[in-house]
Design a protein around this ligand. Structure first.
Ligand code: ATP
Ligand code: MG
Length: 334
C-alpha cells in the first residue's frame, strides 16, 4: 500500500455500505477494503474490533462485549456504530478528507439518505454524493445505462433485494423488498427450531445456506452435519440434514424474491419489457450466488437470467466507475 502524501488528501473514494459487507474503492488504487459491516464494543463502549475480526466474535462473545451490525434491511439502524465503522474503515485505507460516493438502496426515505450523508461526513468526508444501488450495479456489470434501452437488474444483498428497470440514466420501474441473504439465514434458523428443536447461530445458518442452500433442485443433492443446541435437552447436538430440506427452508424468502421480480415485470412499460425479453435479467449481490437461483428465476419468468461475473463487487465497481467519470454519470449521482 504505497501512498503519496498528495494522494492522501486529494483522494476520491467509492463505498458500498452494505448490510452484510462494506467495500471501499480508492481512485487510482482499486478495491482496498472488503469487510463485513460489523463492529464490536467492550463494556465501556470502546471499539475492540471491526469487520472480519468482529465477525469472528459473532455468537461467541461474553455478555459485556456488544457485537453490532450497524445496518439492517439495507439502511442505517445504528447511526453511531455506522459512523464509527466508516471512520475506522476510512482510516484503514489511509485516506484523509476524501470525496466519497456512497451507494444507497433505491427504496430509502429522505431521512435515511440524510443519515448516510451525515455518517460519511462525520467519518471525515469532504464531499458526499449518493448513488442508487441498482444503478451502481448496472454500471458495475458494464450495462450502458444512458441508452434508450431497458435493462433489468436484480441485486440480492444481505438486507434488501433491489429490482430495477433502467433506461436513459434513470430508474423507470423499481421494487425494493427487505428480503435477501439475512432473511434466508433466518429462514434456515427457524426451520431447525421448528423441525428439530435445534437452535443454531446466524453464522452457522449462513454457512449452511452458502454450502448446500439452493433455490432449484440440484444435479446431485447433498448432506451435511449441523451443530447447534438442543432446545429440549439443552445440550449441544449434531444433526444430519439434506440439501432438499434446506431448499424447503428457503422457500418462503425465495418465493418472495421471485414474486417481486414478476411484479416488477408486470409494471414495466411494454417497450422496455420487449428489451428485457431480448436482453434478459442481470443478477448481482451475494444472493445471486445461491445455487439454482438463476435457474429458478429463468423457469418462473421465462426470461434469460445472467449472473454478474463478480456479483459481490458489482455495486462497488459501478460506484467506482461513476467516481472516475463524474461528468458522464452526473445524472445518476444524487
Ligand atoms: N455463495 C453464496 N450463496 C448464497 N448466498 C451468498 C453466497 N455468498 C454470499 N452470500 C450472501 O450474500 C449476502 C451478502 O451480499 P452483499 O455483500 O451483496 O450484501 P450487502 O451489499 O452487504 O447488503 P445490502 O445490499 O442488502 O445492503 C449475505 O447474506 C451472504 O450470506
Ligand atoms: Mg448491496
Amino acid at each position: 500500500m504505497a501512498f503519496s502524501f498528495k494522494n492522501m488528501f486529494l483522494s476520491q473514494v467509492a463505498i458500498d455500505l452494505g448490510t452484510a459487507n462494506t467495500l471501499i474503492y480508492v481512485k487510482g488504487n482499486g478495491i482496498m477494503l472488503d469487510e463485513p459491516s460489523i463492529v464490536a464494543y467492550d463494556k465501556d463502549g470502546e471499539i475492540i474490533a471491526i469487520g472480519s475480526e468482529a465477525r469472528e466474535m459473532l455468537g461467541r462473545a461474553p455478555e459485556d462485549i456488544k457485537i453490532i451490525r450497524p445496518l439492517s434491511d439495507g439502511v442505517i439502524a445504528d447511526f453511531e456504530a455506522t459512523e464509527h465503522m466508516l471512520k475506522s474503515f476510512i482510516k484503514k485505507v489511509q485516506i484523509i478528507r476524501p470525496t466519497i460516493i456512497v451507494c444507497i438502496p433505491s427504496g430509502v426515505t429522505e431521512v435515511e439518505k440524510r443519515a448516510v450523508r451525515d455518517s460519511a461526513e462525520r467519518a471525515g468526508a469532504k464531499l458526499v454524493k449518493l448513488i442508487y444501488e441498482p444503478m451502481a450495479a448496472a454500471i458495475g456489470v458494464g450495462l450502458d445505462i444512458a441508452q434508450p434501452v431497458g435493462n433489468m437488474i436484480v441485486d440480492i444483498g444481505g438486507g434488501t433485494t433491489e429490482i430495477a428497470v433502467i433506461s436513459l440514466n434513470g430508474i423507470v420501474v423499481k421494487e425494493s423488498i427487505k428480503v435477501a441473504g439475512d432473511g434466508m439465514d433466518k429462514a434456515i434458523m427457524n426451520f431447525f427450531k421448528r423441525k428439530y428443536n435445534l437452535l443454531i447461530g446466524d453464522k452457522t445458518a449462513e454457512e449452511i445456506k452458502i454450502n448446500i442452500g439452493s433455490a432449484y433442485p440440484l444435479d446431485k443433492e447433498v448432506k451435511t452435519l449441523v451443530k447447534g443446541r438442543d432446545l429440549v435437552a439443552g445440550a449441544p447436538k449434531v444433526k444430519e440434514i439434506t440439501s432438499e430440506e434446506i431448499r424447503e427452508a428457503l422457500e418462503i424468502p425465495i418465493k418472495k424474491i421471485v414474486e417481486a421480480v414478476k411484479m416488477t415485470l408486470e409494471r414495466t412499460p411494454p417497450e422496455l419489457a420487449a428489451d428485457i425479453l431480448d436482453r434478459g435479467i442481470m443478477l448481482t449481490g451475494g444472493g445471486a450466488l445461491l445455487k439454482g437461483l438463476q435457474k429458478r428465476l429463468q423457469t418462473e419468468t421465462n426470461l434469460a437470467v445472467h449472473v454478474a461475473e463478480d456479483p459481490l463487487r458489482a455495486v462497488v465497481l459501478g460506484t467506482a466507475k461513476a467516481l472516475e467519470n463524474m461528468t458522464t454519470y452526473a445524472k445518476v449521482l444524487i
